[in-house]
Design a protein around this ligand. Structure first.
Ligand SMILES: *[C@@H]1O[C@H](CO)[C@@H](O)[C@H](O)[C@H]1NC(C)=O
Ligand SMILES: *[C@@H]1O[C@H](CO)[C@@H](O)[C@H](O)[C@H]1NC(C)=O
Ligand SMILES: *[C@@H]1O[C@H](CO)[C@@H](O)[C@H](O)[C@H]1NC(C)=O
Length: 506
């Protein structure tokens, strides 16, 4: 059954959501129940929408100079990590009590929560209990902290700064998630505001710690501000994020195996030829494309993705059932949305972007992706441009994936790990994974490409553009989007923009 709201109710709800919610957070709009299956078939294969450009891309050549420039590492930009140089590391002699957090979200949101939890424990001179990861209603992964992260490494790296325990001492073992789920409890802090200050914790959580020896904070996502926080705390957050959080060995081993196979596959066919053509070295390089193009995102954007009438109807219906008119974007035409860069790039469009930037059909491309709306049909143009495209499935056996299969967080961890090994990372979708990798690679001065969505939206709207012009505009429009350091501005996340808080200029 579907619920339809009256016009005025819908307007009121839409107004509320417009104020509260930024544009690209589809998961926030998840209702509790699932949508009933659509009555329209969506399996009309989406056709390529930019055939003229595709033709140009398939025969287009990139100069050796452009290729070398594309693949060359970022120059030294004068910034170095300085998370490790906290001046007076010291674990307080006497703990003020125990801090417990229960973390929502997918892998990357939980990671940020872990970093903030360590920071809050430090602010309070408390002992942190290894965070509990909630099962996310979308991703449904029940993996615990210990199943994702190397817990001993975590505790060890932070040993000098914060005391961390795997479990509560037995006299406090009553303080469980179930205990808090079943009643109002004095030791639960439920009211931490979004981006609370350090003083908020001192004023509101310290008294609880002093009375009970424990405080459980939930919800905790995004509950510590990025501004006006002491430098030592900022650096500690980065130290957790970039140094203390390492994936468990089996994730790293699988990731290493994938990278090795990606680089060695088809080696005989291409390597020698490539070496002659553009110099030694490129054959050992690869690019990661993070692509999140799922139904949620497609529907939420309210854009037209070329799947014809059936797709349009299916997405509109999905939108109606899930968000009941609360999706702001659906007020605009497709053209308007594209002009503003508010439509997720399709795999086809990303392929054209990559080709225009100078990636050719010898490029080793790893696709970091969960599920693509429209399936293989939607990816086929991308594959046509990049026949050496691989992903975790194509590079490993079912047996090798037994520990991670069906576990969204672990699969995301594998993709994250591979992404950090790549020479270039490009993300087609804004979101937590994108932000986490942009921040991590900035911290290590590693190349990324940030698609210029507004420019691309406009270029793709123009049906009379030739390949060479498209290519010139794309190259020009992405010159300053390849990992040049961007300093964090007020309210921005330290985990996306680690400079200047966690990076120093020697
Ligand atoms: C934590 O310890 C530091 C250093 O020992 C001290 O300056 C600070 O006041 C303490 N804060 C709390 C909340 O106990
Ligand atoms: C790559 O493109 C060139 C022409 O630009 C073609 O000759 C070659 O066969 C292609 N290689 C693959 C693997 O498709
Ligand atoms: C489309 O591209 C052509 C060729 O570059 C250009 O002359 C024309 O002005 C563009 N049209 C729009 C609407 O931007």
């Amino acid at each position: 059954m579907e619920l339809y709201f009256s016009g005025s109710q819908r307007a009121a709800i839409a107004g509320l959501f417009m104020v509260l919610l930024p544009v690209f957070l589809p998961n926030l709009f998840r209702p509790l129940g699932r949508a009933s299956p659509s009555m329209f078939s969506e399996w009309n294969a989406p056709k390529p929408r930019h055939l003229d450009l595709l033709e140009g891309a398939l025969i287009g050549q990139t100069s050796v100079r452009q290729q070398n420039k594309l693949w060359s590492p970022l120059p030294n930009q004068g910034w170095k990590p300085c998370a490790e140089t906290t001046n007076v590391p010291s674990v307080p002699e006497k703990t003020r009590g125990y801090i417990q957090v229960f973390l929502d979200g997918g892998l990357n949101q939980q990671k940020m929560g872990i970093c903030d939890a360590v920071a809050v424990a430090k602010i309070l001179n408390a002992t942190l209990v290894i965070p509990h990861l909630e099962v996310n209603p979308v991703w449904k992964d029940s993996s615990s902290f210990t199943e994702i992260f190397d817990v001993d490494h975590f505790i060890d790296v932070l040993r000098d700064e914060v005391s961390i325990v795997k479990e509560l001492p037995s006299e406090l073992s009553w303080s469980t998630r179930e205990y808090y789920a079943t009643g109002i409890r004095a030791t639960r802090i439920k009211t931490a505001p979004v981006h609370a200050s350090a003083n908020w914790y001192l004023d509101n959580v310290l008294p609880i710690l002093q009375s009970y020896g424990i405080a459980a904070i939930a919800p905790f996502s995004h509950r510590l501000t990025f501004d006006n926080v002491p430098t030592s705390i900022q650096r500690l957050r980065c130290k957790v994020n970039f140094h203390a959080l390492a994936f468990v060995p089996h994730i790293r081993e699988l990731g290493d195996a994938l990278v090795n196979r990606l680089l060695n596959k088809n080696q005989v066919a291409y390597q020698l030829e490539e070496r002659d053509r553009i110099g030694k070295g490129k054959a050992r390089k690869f690019v990661v494309l993070h692509l999140r193009f799922d139904k949620d995102m497609a529907a939420h954007s309210a854009c037209d993705f070329g799947g014809g009438k059936a797709e349009k109807l299916a997405l509109a219906k999905y939108r109606q059932v899930l968000w009941q008119g609360r999706v702001l974007n659906s007020q605009f035409t497709d053209e308007k949305l594209r002009n503003q860069g508010r439509c997720p790039l399709t795999p086809e469009e990303i392929g054209l972007l990559l080709a225009a930037l100078g990636f050719d059909n010898n490029t080793r491309l790893y696709l970091a992706s969960h599920k693509v709306y429209g399936g293989e049909a939607r990816i086929s143009t991308l594959r046509q441009l990049f026949p050496l495209m691989e992903d975790k499935k194509s590079l490993s056996s079912v047996e090798e994936r037994t520990k991670v299969e069906g576990k969204a967080s672990l699969l995301a961890a594998v993709d994250y790990y591979v992404s950090m090994q790549s020479d270039i990372f490009i993300s087609a979708s804004p979101g937590n994974m994108h932000n986490a990798l942009v921040g991590h690679r900035a911290y290590l001065n590693m190349k990324i490409i940030r698609p210029n969505m507004a420019l691309l939206g406009q270029l793709f709207l123009n049906k009379s553009m030739e390949w060479s012009e498209f290519q010139r505009a794309v190259v020009e429009g992405h010159k300053s989007r390849q990992g040049q350091i961007r300093l964090r501005k007020e309210k921005q996340s330290i985990y996306t923009y680690p400079a200047p808080d966690c990076m120093c200029q020697p």
